[in-house]
Design a protein around this ligand. Structure first.
Ligand SMILES: NC(=[NH2+])NCCC[C@H](N)C(=O)O
Ligand SMILES: [Mn+2]
Ligand SMILES: [Mn+2]
Length: 317
């Protein structure tokens, strides 16, 4: 295979942005994701694929983890203040990477940071589209969420859905994502309120049913046809590792049976890379503390690294 030309990153510079944060959901351990992924050698792996890398830690010297609570506020959500502060820092880091022509690879941490990365990608280039790879739609609003966990809400903030239900802490979030600019792949655990939102806004969503019916190759084509029909706009790939079946990726906080095979999961990243349009990526929800065995940790961290490598151009031949 010939080497991929990255249209939006021709100089092949990448910035690994660590987001060691767990405040978007109640379980401890997901804040260790970036450390495990870096210790597994991810930066060197990126370099071996020809990328010039930097690593930045926008949450250094913060103490959000110790401020985490399990109580809902008057808006029905948890940890509003720390999620907002964390996301604002990640947002700034993603923008400054993009401004210096470097591809941001935000490594979580939980998926609440999607509000930061997606909105930054769209601020940088309003034509950008989003592929959200996940078992979950993460489009609850403070009004619809049952759990009150903000990792289930990032998309609604960036789309400005149920605006009146947002606490003022999130008023910094640019509402710059249009419903026809995001497509989902891998869905299989979508809340009733979220289903209503997906329907109302006609958001392209490919569940595991579609993956089984059409095959993953066709599903990625259909998702891109929906959000990037001329294949000319930048792609933000937001990858929640729980999209992949828990038999391959066990160490994550909201496991749902019946997911993507590891190959299907990696194919998505490979195929996005093949478009040459990848502009930014998130790899989130690796929680090493939820593993039952050492092997579970290894499987999950290896899969997270592999997603990153595939997106950065690793090919099988
Ligand atoms: N990023 C994730 N793993 N999100 C899981 C969200 C689960 C559920 N829909 C909720 O709102 O709480
Ligand atoms: Mn998920
Ligand atoms: Mn998610």
């Amino acid at each position: 295979m010939t080497e991929i030309q990255y249209k939006f990153h021709p100089n092949k510079k990448a910035t690994i942005i660590t987001a060691p944060f767990s405040g978007g959901q109640p379980k401890g351990g997901v804040e260790l994701g970036p450390e495990y992924i870096l210790n597994a050698g991810f930066e060197k792996q990126a370099q071996a694929l020809g990328w010039e890398t930097a690593v930045v830690h926008p949450l250094a010297n913060t103490d959000y983890e110790s401020k985490k609570t399990d109580d809902k506020d008057s808006y029905g959500i948890k940890n509003t203040s720390i999620v907002s502060q964390c996301c604002e820092k990640i947002h700034t880091a993603v923008k400054s990477a993009l401004d210096s022509d470097s591809l941001p690879i935000t490594v979580g941490g939980d998926h609440s940071i999607g509000m930061a990365t997606v909105s930054a990608a769209l601020e940088h280039n309003p034509d950008a589209c989003v592929l959200w790879i996940d078992a979950h739609a993460d489009i609850n609003t403070p009004k619809t969420t049952d759990s009150g966990n903000l990792h289930g809400c990032p998309i609604s903030f960036v789309m400005g859905i149920d605006r009146e239900s947002f606490p003022p802490e999130f008023s910094w979030v640019p509402e710059n994502l249009k419903p026809n600019k995001i497509a989902y792949i891998g869905l299989r655990d979508v809340d009733e309120g979220e289903k209503a939102i997906l329907k109302k806004y006609n958001i392209p969503a490919f569940s595991m049913y579609h993956v089984d019916k059409y095959g993953i190759g066709k599903v990625v084509d259909m998702a891109l046809d929906a959000v990037n029909p001329d294949r000319k706009n930048p792609i933000h790939l937001s990858y929640d590792v729980d999209a992949i079946d828990p038999s391959f990726v066990p160490a994550t906080g909201t496991r749902v049976e019946g997911g993507l095979s590891l190959r299907e999961g990696l194919f998505i990243a490979e195929d996005v890379a093949q478009t040459g349009l990848l502009a930014s990526i998130d790899i989130v929800e690796t929680n090493p503390l939820l593993a039952e065995t050492e092997e579970h940790v290894l499987d999950t961290v290896s899969a997270a690294c592999a997603i990153g490598r595939c997106a950065l151009g690793q090919t099988l031949l």
